[in-house]
Design a protein around this ligand. Structure first.
Ligand SMILES: [Zn+2]
Length: 59
């Protein structure tokens, strides 16, 4: 088996969204993140914030 010399590195991002006011925050992916994970309360409206999207960018 021949390994490619080209190294593909993903730079994953997590999008958090408040279910009440729809405020969205894009940040770097952290270990333990998964889709629809409930996060801390929204800083603006105290609504529930959850992860709505996780995506990776090829760098
Ligand atoms: Zn909110």
């Amino acid at each position: 088996m021949i390994f490619s010399k080209k190294k593909e590195v993903f730079d994953p991002y997590t999008v958090e969204q408040c279910t009440s006011c729809n405020a969205m925050t894009k940040r770097k992916f952290k270990d333990g993140d998964f889709m629809f994970k409930i996060l801390e309360k929204c800083s603006k409206c105290s609504g529930t914030v959850m992860i709505t999207k996780i995506f990776g960018e090829l760098i």
